[in-house]
Design a protein around this ligand. Sequence first.
Ligand code: GSH
Length: 208
Amino acid sequence: MGLVLYDNPASSNALKVRFALAEAGLTYERRDVPLARPRPAGYLAVNPLGLIPALDDDGFVLCESHTILRYVALRAGRDDLYPGAMRDRARVDEFLDRFATTIRPAFFRVEVPALGYVPGRGFGAAPPDAEATTTAIAELAPVLEILEDLVGDRAVVLDRFTIADCALAPVLFRHRRTGVDLAGYPRLSALREAILSRPGWTAAEPVT
Ligand SMILES: N[C@@H](CCC(=O)N[C@@H](CS)C(=O)NCC(=O)O)C(=O)O
C-alpha cells in the first residue's frame, strides 16, 4: 500500500506534511477528508480525534502533524531534515513545540475572522470580519516580534532547512491573504522567500 496521507487542501497541518514528504522525496497517495464535522466514520477509525492530517505507512497509522514530520524525515533517512545530533535535534524540537503551543494559535486567531473560519464547518463558512481581524493582527504583533528574533533569514533554526521550516511555511504563505504585514520583519520576510521558493514547496501544492 505504501504511504497514504489523509489530507485536505485547506489544512495547514496537512500542507506542512506534504512539504516534508516532497522535501524527503517520498511518494504518497492523497486521500481527501472533509473539514466539516461530523467526520466520516471511516476517518474516525483512522484518527479518533478526527483531526487532519494522518499518515498511513503500510498499516502503521500516525497522527499529529509534528510527529508525522519527524517520522517522514526518519523514514527517508534524512538526518539533515531532522538531525541525529542531540543539540541540533533539540533545537528543532524546541521550535516545533513553540510553534504548536504559541505561534500557530496566535496566527490562527487572525485566520478565524480573516478567512471566515467556523469550527466544525471550516474556512469560508462565515463572512470575513474586518474589525475582529484588525484586533487579532494587533495582538499577533508581539508574537511576530519574538519570532523575528528566534528565526534565521535562511532557515528557521540551525543553518539549514529542516522540518521546523516545513512547520512554519504554511502560516508565512497565508499572511498576505489574512492581511498580516511582514514588511516590518526583515528576517521573516527573507525567510519566507527562502522557504517558499523551494521546489518542494511547489510540489506540496499549496492552495491559497
Ligand atoms: N495537533 C494537530 C492539529 C490538527 C488540526 O487542528 N487539524 C485541523 C486542520 S488544519 C482540523 O482537522 N480542523 C478541523 C476540526 O478541528 O474540526 C496536528 O498538528 O496534526
